[in-house]
Design a protein around this ligand. Sequence first.
Ligand code: FRU
Length: 518
Amino acid sequence: MKMTKEQKYRLLEQAKPGELEELTAQAESCEWRQSYHIQPHVGLLNDPNGFAFYSGKYHLFYQWFPLGTDHGMKYWYHVTSSDLASWTDAGIGLAPGGPYDSHGAYSGSGIEKDGKLHLMYTGNVRDGNWVRHPYQCLAITDGNGMATKLEQPVIANVPPGYTEHFRDPKVWRDGEGYRCVIGAQRDDLTGTAVMYRSKDLLDWTFEGELHTSLSSFGYMWECPDYFELGDRGVLLFCPQGIRPDGERFRNIYQSGYMLGKPLESNGRNFEHGEFVELDRGFDFYAPQTTEGPDGQRILVGWMGLPDLEYPTDDKGWAHCLTLPRELSLRNGKLIQRPAAGLISLRDKEIEFSAELNKESRSFAGVEGTAYELRVAISPSASDSEHGTFGIQFRTGENERTVLSYDVSSGRATLDRSQSGASLSPDYGTTRSCKLSDQHGSRTVEFRLFVDTSSVEVFVNDGEETFTARLFPDSASTGISFFANGGTAAFEGSYWSLREGSIPRGLPTDILEHGKVKP
Ligand code: FRU
């Protein structure tokens, strides 16, 4: 049921007696709760925020609307981890409701300065006429409890030439100072990103637009991120308003990257290649990266999209984050691999292998609802021109999700047309992409992370990823491997995955009378 705006823009302390308890009980009894992904205790989760390695561990926040599954009053919820696999609940990190974030503490980023974690975010304000006013705000924390907000925003105005769609600052250190990139909409209603510079994170100077060759590419760019990887500058952003183009851009909004020459310290000209989608699946948006202690670049995304309905919406909660992915470059492409620490979730390994010829096969013990599965599929030389090979998983009565590789077209396809409760069928039920043939052999490797209501597929060691929510019956636990129209050797490993101590239960200080302790 859709909420009114008065219902959506309530703070936790304005919840009706028992409201949060009721929603929480509903969420906790939902059959689609994830077992090792970060998900909200209750309500709606969206973008990852404030991701930073600080004081010996990773701090990660997410956009959180506690009182429903619409997009409403956004908080930042905080979790921490030392291995990117097991997470500790750190409660509310940032609460809205001040004069500059009266209608939500929107997305932003985190950076360490003077031994403290500084969170720069967009304060969302709606005036009496429901006109939006964005403020870029700063809050400071030692990593425990709620961050302390500065009384005044650090960027109080939208510069001339841009609309009120101006948000999601991503900060990085640049020499002695800092720079940030902010998602924006020009007055002519095209999307872009702008840059600011600061010596101290407090006083920011508007530098101007980040110049790219995309002068008209969607109506808004959300959640930009800029970083350097090897000898490349990388710009991530989420353009809205891009039309589908063959297999590309099939989702309601897009999330992708451009590789280019690193920005000069005072420069805003980004010489770059084409915009490439980060993920080929159905449910991926608003990713954010940070640098780990060993210089590694880690990305986390929202496993969902705005403005769509999901099957848990009437069950008290919605969405989760993706697994953390480590980024690298290979053959001019951004490569995403599951964070190394995730192997700590593995239970004992089951190895399997078989040659399949126009048949399908299952293996004892290889089934479930929360597992990692790696399989290498090598079509036989005589079948180098034809055949479709792959995996059916979460199979049950009338349900299956199908991941396949078609030799003649060189394409990988994820099909969720029979995955269970349907979601966004208007945006199609399959996603495909062509794999590069640069990996030198015809063997295709799929590495899947399946959880109660999702799958993340890493193809050929991170060359492509497919991320999707799935809402099958809990009894649909089967896995089978198939060779259609040809012969292929299958070789792989299966591990069921432990829960990863994802925090359970809303902290009592939040539940108690809906009151949030400062
Ligand atoms: C992206 C986004 C951001 C905004 C936030 C609000 O999903 O719309 O642009 O800051 O979500 O929750």
